[in-house]
Structures are given as structure tokens and as C-alpha cells.
Design a protein around this ligand. Structure first.
Ligand SMILES: Nc1nc2c(c(=O)[nH]1)N[C@H]1C(S)=C(S)[C@@H](COP(=O)(O)O)O[C@H]1N2
Ligand SMILES: [Mo]
Length: 408
């Protein structure tokens, strides 16, 4: 893949935003441009340049992951939020608090049509640190491999999202007894532009939808959401596959049955209902929708390949998260999993925020070492040392992260 070089070259050409020019004039941020003035290729380049440090996994649709050592912050900076698109990026250049509308309809007593201004004014505003992870994060390490974006470790982030509770908005609409499942819709066109198809439309059972940590968000880290992450409005449904967190949100349809929108059926976001041998063709009816994601952790510092002095103490740290569970314990090993040391783990900023872990380590002598990290959740379930159950689309890989350390 030449994609990464291409991004570097383009970033150079458009000079990281400020120095970008079009028709010899400086280009302000994309959405300040008059509609129709932005040639598609330049629009794409301008979007990619907002995420300079990320690794491009694909350009059509745009998908980008974060090098793991850039995920060390407790709150992931907006420029380092990974990007997972299924379709095109919608033109949101004209969006405003007044003209962007969200409709709530279906199995409700009172269908609602709310502008962002209505959301801001009529419901309690909340800010929560919430992790979003793509269910395909780690796909790259399955063998045989699965088609799709080859995520390694960087399809995860935890930022401070501001908005209103999904549960408050659904309560205002008045859920009927028949309400069973949500169906989320966004403004992004299908990849080919086919107007009859949705890029993605997923949903969650009503019980999950009514959990108080789901946010309809208009801001992240105190600013507008980046265009690639769903400006001007998105859903954040933490702990479940990132695909439940609809970007460019326009509609929530409350349904009386499990939603059957784009990427709800077939092999999408589903796992075999029983363990299968690697490479097995699993009948669709034996695949079940992924709900809470499994316990997982990352080593975000030091960077893999680091050199340390033998006998000297150094700090290893990262984050751990656990879907709908809490992180109960964190361990590290410097001897390929033979023995484990307990790491310190900080409480989460709020439920569904990832948790900081940290350990001080000393390598006894010169040589090649690996640091392995293993989190355990509140149900006493730990991360496996190797890929967990193989599945046709390569989801839910929560194997232990390890880094190389040279004692010299
Ligand atoms: N409208 C829309 N929402 C979407 C998607 C999309 O393609 N279109 N991708 C989903 C998937 S698969 C993931 S993992 C998350 C990723 O959010 P991010 O791109 O802000 O990191 O957005 C979800 N919401
Ligand atoms: Mo995803």
C-alpha cells in the first residue's frame, strides 16, 4: 500500500491547512467555503490533513487509525480520534445549530423534530469521557485474515463528549410498550452515491439505548466535532461496537423489532454463536449481533522498541476498558507471561471512560524483553495472550498488547 506516502505528500502540498491555497487564495477551514467551490479531490485532501498523525488504512471510504504511542493522553485529542467511515463524508459546510435537524419517530407517543439549538436549550447538557472502539480493531492479527480495514491497535479513543442524554430525548418522545430497538441514520451518502442505500444504519436494544451514558453530542473536548468524526451531531454509545455511535446523526427511528438496516445483518458486526475453527464458513443464522465489547488494554508508553538501562526502574503505562463492565485489575509481565506483576489502576473519570494503568518495571540484565499487558474485568474475565475465537469478519480481538524493550 502506498497510501501512507501519498498522505505525507499531500500534506506537504497543502501545507497542513493554513498554507493551503485554491485559485491562488488561502483556503480557510473547509466549511467556510461556499458550496460548490471545493473540488472533490481538494476537499478529501483537506479532510485528511485534519488528521496528519494518523495512519491511513483506506481512502475510499476514509479510514484512519492512531499509532498506539499517540494514544497516551487520558483524553484523546480530537486530531487523534480514529476515523471509520463506511460511506462518503457528507457536505456539512452549511450546517448550523438552527438548520441541522434530528427526528425521533416510530414507536413513540410524540414524534420529535429537534434542531441542535433545541437539544442545547431543552435538555440537560452533560459532558462525559467516553470510549469508542471499532469492533474490527485488531482484525489484522487474525489468521486466516478477514477482508475489511486492517486495523491493528489504533481503532480506539476516549474523548470528552458534550451533548444531551439519549435517554432524556427518548423519554420526551414517550416510548411505547412496543419500543424494542433503535435505528440510527446519518447524512453520509452510500459509498457509490446510490441514493437508495444507507452508508450504515445500526441500532441497539431499548434497554441499552436508555442507559444514561449514551450521548447525542455536538462537541468533543470543548470544540465542534471534527467533520470526519460526525460534525455537527453524533451519537456516542460507549462500550458497544463503535458502529452503534452514528455520525452526522439525522434520525432515530424507534422500532418494534430488531433493526435490519445497513450492516445489521449478514456477517456485519456479528460473531458465531459457538466457537468455530479458523477459516470455517459459518451459516448466517448462526451469527449473533455483537453487544458489549470485551476487556482490553493498551501500552501507550514507552513506544515499542525502546532502549532502557538494565537495573534501572522505568514506567510503563496505558489505558484499559471493559465494554459494559469495569476494569478490576491490570497485570504486566516481562518474562513472556511466566510471571505477572500487579499494575496500579486509576478509577475512571466516569463510567465508560477508559482507565489509566501504570507500573514501574526493572529489567534484571541486558537483553531483549517484551512487556505484556493484561487487563481483567469485574466478571474476572481477562485478555487472552493470543487471538481469541476466530470469526469470519475479524471482530473483537482483545489479545494482550505487548511491546519490545531492549536493555542495553
Ligand atoms: N453516519 C455514520 N456513522 C458511523 C459510521 C459511518 O460510516 N457513518 N461508522 C461507524 C463505525 S463502524 C465506527 S467504529 C464509528 C467510528 O467513529 P469515528 O470515525 O468518529 O472514530 O462510527 C460509526 N458511526
Ligand atoms: Mo466500526
Amino acid at each position: 500500500m502506498v497510501a501512507k506516502n501519498k498522505l505525507a505528500r499531500r500534506s506537504f502540498l497543502i501545507g497542513g491547512g493554513a498554507a493551503a491555497t485554491i485559485f491562488g487564495l488561502p483556503v480557510p477551514f473547509l466549511r467556510n467555503l461556499a458550496p460548490g467551490l471545493v473540488p472533490i479531490a481538494l476537499a478529501q485532501d483537506t479532510l485528511l490533513a485534519t488528521k496528519q498523525e494518523l495512519t491511513l488504512l483506506g481512502e475510499r471510504p476514509i479510514n484512519m487509525e492512531v499509532p498506539v504511542h499517540l494514544l497516551d493522553d487520558d483524553i484523546t485529542p480530537s486530531t487523534r480520534l480514529f476515523v471509520r467511515n463506511n460511506g462518503q463524508v457528507p457536505d456539512v459546510s452549511q450546517a448550523s445549530d438552527e438548520n441541522w435537524m434530528l427526528s425521533i419517530d416510530g414507536e413513540v407517543d410524540q414524534p420529535l423534530a429537534l434542531s441542535i439549538a433545541d437539544l442545547k436549550n431543552n435538555f440537560e447538557n452533560v459532558t462525559l469521557q467516553l470510549q469508542i472502539e471499532c469492533a474490527g480493531n485488531g482484525r489484522r492479527f487474525y489468521s486466516p485474515g478477514a477482508p475489511g480495514n486492517q486495523w491493528t491497535l489504533g481503532g480506539i479513543g476516549c474523548a470528552a463528549w458534550t451533548g444531551v442524554r439519549l435517554s432524556d430525548v427518548l423519554a420526551q418522545a414517550g416510548l411505547r410498550n412496543s419500543a424494542a430497538y433503535t435505528a440510527h441514520y446519518g447524512a453520509d451518502p452510500y459509498l457509490t452515491g446510490d441514493p437508495d442505500r444507507d452508508a450504515i444504519s445500526r441500532g441497539v436494544p431499548i434497554a441499552k439505548a436508555m442507559e444514561e451514558h449514551n450521548i447525542i453530542a455536538w462537541a468533543v473536548n470543548g470544540e465542534d466535532i471534527p467533520v470526519l468524526n460526525g460534525y455537527p451531531l453524533r451519537l456516542v454509545v460507549p462500550g458497544w461496537p463503535g458502529s452503534c455511535s452514528q455520525k452526522w446523526l439525522t434520525r432515530i427511528w424507534v422500532r418494534d423489532q430488531v433493526h435490519d438496516g445497513e450492516k445489521m445483518s449478514g456477517t456485519s458486526y456479528r460473531l458465531p454463536a459457538y466457537p468455530v475453527a479458523p477459516g470455517t464458513e459459518v451459516p448466517t443464522e448462526d451469527l449473533a449481533i455483537i453487544e458489549s465489547l470485551p476487556i482490553k488494554s493498551l501500552i501507550t508508553a514507552p513506544e515499542t522498541g525502546v532502549q532502557v538501562a538494565p537495573g534501572e526502574t522505568f514506567n510503563v503505562r496505558g489505558h484499559a476498558w471493559a465494554g459494559d463492565q469495569d476494569v478490576a485489575a491490570m497485570h504486566v509481565s516481562i518474562d513472556f507471561g511466566k510471571t505477572w506483576l500487579e499494575a496500579e489502576i486509576a478509577p475512571p473519570a466516569n463510567r465508560y471512560a477508559w482507565q489509566r494503568w501504570s507500573a514501574n518495571i526493572r529489567l534484571p540484565n541486558v537483553g531483549y524483553f517484551e512487556v505484556w499487558a493484561r487487563a481483567t474485568d469485574s466478571q474476572n474475565v481477562s485478555q487472552p495472550p493470543v487471538t481469541p475465537g476466530w470469526n469470519p469478519s475479524g471482530y473483537n480481538n482483545n489479545m494482550q498488547h505487548r511491546i519490545a524493550v531492549f536493555a542495553v
